[in-house]
Design a protein around this ligand. Structure first.
Ligand code: HSE
Length: 428
């Protein structure tokens, strides 16, 4: 017996599936009674078909989704095209045609997940997307299954390989933002338009999906605070190191009594934190929970084989569910109404880099400005000025988001001060 699947989009991940199916043939035969067979592959145009054939792929390539939808032998559609459209339309049509769907499309799930999940429920089909978050790390199913008996209070992740590669180069090699971006583009990690990676958008999509699995709460894109790498200077990275930290782009969700707070931002991580040694393109998710305590899940966040492995695991799960008669159950069954934390309840230390006139009394003015919001300094460093301007860096004691906004507003209102950067600092 065979389970026929169709693949939409035959790029990096799609072309990895045939290899995985053959490498794991014996194991899959032990786990499943049926063989997974790639029955049809939807291609963009004839040129793409010719290219795939010249690479030795010999599938039934089609140019029209209807050829897949009308094929009653195909029970699973695997969407690997990425971006919102036409992926959203195709997935919708596949679900409406009664097909189970596997996708790696985090953009789509983060923005239209609610609608697509409810459509899948209505049609009693599966919609699985393990590969959408942290590529090869099996984090979503772990959260859905193994953490069902635990309460998660804090999630902190390195969720974007491109920006982590760039931050590693900036920290370890002293490269500038531009140099590290150029290298990431040369190696094919960052796209020619790197916006989604460097501005924290890609990480925020993944964080939105993690919020559903870890906290049972759906977040709209604008409910996740976001800042990226563009403003980071060499001096920020050097000062982080001098003060005992590593600067990295993190995605974080905290649950406090009033609700959850989610943020993607450059973060000073204490060098002793397990995430501080996650370097290059690697991803990791660090979880604090009441039962397990601290746990961390580390691995490749992208790449052909890691991502295809997660996709194939979803396919295997669907085949088993069909056999068990449990198909149509949601990938994640933990859902409660979203409650956003009161900004007074979210506390962190912060790093401020402030340009001031290079003259007597400027440090005192800064102390007074921070004191007026009841904020004290934990560490402070004045860099040697050029006679006109100087830079003062401050790490504050813990403050809440309301105090943070007030300090930022006041710094921005002082016309001879310039707030160059403000980053979150983890630790007590
Ligand atoms: N562009 C992403 C990253 C990979 O650099 O992590 C896919 O999500």
């Amino acid at each position: 017996m065979a389970v026929n699947i169709a693949i939409l989009g035959f790029g990096t991940v799609g072309t990895g599936l045939p290899t995985l199916l053959s490498e794991n043939k014996e194991k899959l035969a032990k786990i499943l009674d049926e063989e997974i067979v790639i029955s049809k592959v939807l291609m963009r145009d004839n040129k793409a078909i010719e290219k795939a054939r010249s690479q030795g792929f010999n599938y039934d390539f089609v140019l029209n989704l209807d050829d897949i939808l009308a094929d009653s032998e195909i029970s699973i559609v695997v969407e690997l095209m990425g971006r919102i459209e036409p992926a959203k339309t195709y997935i919708t049509q596949a679900i409406e045609a009664g097909k189970n769907v596997v996708t790696a499309n985090k953009d789509l799930l983060a923005v239209h997940g609610v609608e697509l999940r409810s459509l899948a429920q209505k049609h009693h089909v599966a919609l699985y997307y393990e590969a959408a978050v942290a590529g090869g790390i099996p984090i979503l199913r772990t959260l859905a299954n193994s953490f069902s008996s635990d309460k998660i209070t804090h999630l902190l992740g390195i969720l974007n390989g491109t920006s982590n590669f760039m931050m590693t180069k900036m920290s370890e090699e002293g490269w500038t933002y531009d140099e590290s971006l150029a290298k990431a583009q040369e190696l094919g990690y960052a796209e020619s338009d790197p916006t989604n990676d460097v501005d924290g958008i890609d990480a925020s999509y993944k964080l939105a999906i993690l919020s559903e699995f870890a906290f049972g709460m759906t977040l709209a894109p604008d409910e996740i605070a976001k800042s990226g790498l563009r403003s980071i200077q060499k001096t920020d990275v050097e000062i982080a190191q001098q003060f005992g930290y590593v600067l990295k782009l993190t995605g974080e969700i905290n649950e406090v009594d009033s609700g959850i707070f989610a943020e993607v931002s450059p973060t000073f991580l204490p060098k002793s934190h397990p995430l501080a040694s996650v370097n290059g393109v690697m991803n990791a998710v660090f979880i604090e929970s009441e039962g397990i305590g601290d746990s961390m899940f580390y691995g490749a966040g992208a790449g052909q084989k890691p991502t295809a492995t997660s996709v194939l695991a979803d396919i295997v799960r669907i085949v088993k569910r069909v056999k068990d008669g449990t198909i149509g159950k949601s990938f994640n069954e933990y859902a409660r109404s979203t409650s956003l934390a009161n900004p007074h309840d979210i506390e962190n230390k912060y790093y401020f880099s402030v340009e001031t006139p290079d003259s007597t009394g400027q440090l005192l003015r800064l102390v007074e400005l921070f004191t007026s919001e009841n904020v004290s300094f934990e560490q402070v460093l004045q860099q040697k000025g050029n006679g006109k301007r100087a830079v003062v860096v401050i790490i504050s004691h813990k403050i809440n988001r309301v105090q943070l906004s007030a300090i930022q507003d006041k710094l921005n209102q002082e016309k001879d001060f310039k707030l160059l950067n403000r980053f979150k600092v983890l630790g007590d």
